[in-house]
Ligand binder design. Structure first.
Ligand SMILES: [Zn+2]
Length: 335
C-alpha cells in the first residue's frame, strides 16, 4: 500500500516551498539543533544521533546566512534584554552533547562562514573515559547474542530480530527511556548482564575534550551546559537537579575561563523538566534554557527564555527538506 506521503508526492510532485510562501514565514527565533556531524553508517555507536554529513551541514550554514539573521550568544542576550517584539526570522545554531565531531567538523565550517553556534556539553563526558548511555545501549544491541532483550522487571521483551539495526537500537532506547524504575547506570548494568557483549572500547573517546572546547571558545563559539551527567532532570530531587546545574556551570566556567549563560535540558521533552527546573535554571544564573520541544519562538521574555523550542535537524536533510520542515512548523503555529 502507498503511504500518504507517497500519494501526495505522486499528485503534487517533489515537495518544495514556493518563494512567496517562504517570504511569508513568521518572525521568530528558529533554533536549529544538531547532535553529530558525519556518516552514521561508520559509527560503532548510536546512529540515531547523527544529524547530517559535513557537506550537508555546510549547505545548511549557507542557507541560514542567506535566509535568516543568524544570532550568536551576545546578540541573543541583547535581544532578550531589549524586551522588544521579534519582528523578523532569526536563526540560532545549537549542538547537544559535545561530540568530538562538533570540534572536528562543525567548528571549522562555522569559522569558515564566520558564524557562531552554541555547543551544550555534558561535563562528565568532556572529562573523558565515559560513554553516553545511548551509545552504550547501541553498542550492546550491535553485539548482543540474542534476538530479543528483556530486563526482569519489564512486562515484555524488545524484539531485536529485525534487519534494520538502527530501528532495533531505537526500540531498545525507547524502552530504556520509558522505564523510570531504576537509574540509567542500574539499567545499563542489567542490560550488560543480559547481552553478554564485549566491553566498550575503553580508549575510544567520542566527546570533545577541554583543550578542544577552549579552542572553540577562542574561535568565537559558545559553550553551554547540558548538565553534569545527562539525567532526565524531572526524575531527580530538587537538590540533585541543583547539583547538576551548578557543578556543570562551574566546571565549564573554570576550565574555559568563560561565563555560562545557557542550558539545554537533557532529552528536553515536556516531561523531562518541570516548572521547578526552570525556576532553578534562573536561580543558578542561566539566562536562557532550551528544551527539545519542536517549534518556533515567537517571543522572548523572562518566562519563555527558560523553555525555548528547537527544530531538530536530523536524517541527512537537504536544504529543501529543511525549508519544508520550517514551513510545516509555520502552519502549525498559524493553526
Ligand atoms: Zn543530550
Amino acid at each position: 500500500m502507498l503511504s500518504r506521503a507517497k500519494i501526495r508526492q505522486f499528485f503534487f510532485g517533489k515537495r518544495s516551498v514556493s518563494q512567496k510562501r517562504w517570504r511569508q514565514r513568521l518572525p521568530g527565533i528558529y533554533v536549529f539543533n544538531y547532535h553529530r556531524i558525519g556518516d552514521a553508517r561508520f559509527s560503532e555507536f548510536d546512529p540515531n544521533v547523527f544529524s547530517c554529513t559535513a557537506e550537508q551541514f555546510e549547505q545548511h550554514l549557507l542557507f541560514y546566512k542567506q535566509e535568516f539573521e543568524v544570532l550568536d550568544e551576545a546578540s541573543l542576550i541583547a535581544l532578550l534584554d531589549s524586551g522588544e517584539a521579534i519582528d523578523k526570522p532569526y536563526a540560532l545554531i545549537t549542538f547537544d552533547d559535545g561530540y568530538i565531531d562538533s570540534y572536528q567538523h562543525a567548528f571549522p565550517l562555522l569559522v569558515k562562514h564566520k558564524l557562531s553556534a552554541v555547543f551544550f556539553v555534558v561535563t562528565e563526558y568532556t572529562n573523558g573515559g565515559i560513554f553516553a548511555w545511548w551509545d552504550e545501549v547501541a553498542w550492546l544491541v550491535k553485539h548482543c547474542q540474542s534476538s530479543s532483550l528483556k530486563l526482569n522487571h519489564w512486562s515484555s521483551a524488545v524484539d531485536l530480530s529485525g534487519k534494520n539495526q538502527t530501528q532495533n537500537i531505537r526500540k531498545l532506547l525507547y524502552a530504556f527511556k520509558e522505564d523510570h524504575s531504576f537509574s540509567m547506570e542500574e539499567k545499563l548494568e542489567m542490560l550488560k548482564a543480559e547481552c553478554k557483549a564485549p566491553p566498550m572500547p575503553s580508549s575510544h573517546s567520542v566527546f570533545a575534550n577541554w583543550p578542544q572546547l577552549k579552542e572553540m571558545v577562542d574561535g568565537g563559539m559558545t559553550i553551554g551546559s547540558h548538565t553534569r551527567s545527562h539525567p532526565i532532570l524531572a526524575h531527580l530531587s530538587l537538590e540533585q537537579q541543583r547539583e547538576e546545574l551548578t557543578q556543570s556551570r562551574d566546571f565549564i566556567a573554570s576550565k574555559l575561563n568563560t561565563s555560562v549563560s545557557m542550558l539545554a535540558y537533557p532529552v528536553g521533552r515536556t516531561d523531562s523538566f518541570t516548572e521547578q527546573t526552570q525556576a532553578l535554571a534562573k536561580e543558578c544564573g542561566y539566562r536562557l534554557a532550551f528544551s527539545f520541544m519542536n517549534g518556533i519562538n515567537a517571543q522572548l521574555d523572562g518566562h519563555s527564555a527558560y523553555q525555548l523550542k528547537r527544530i531538530s535537524v536530523d536524517g541527512n536533510k537537504s536544504v529543501d527538506s529543511l525549508k519544508v520542515q520550517v514551513m510545516e512548523l509555520n502552519s502549525k503555529h498559524r493553526a
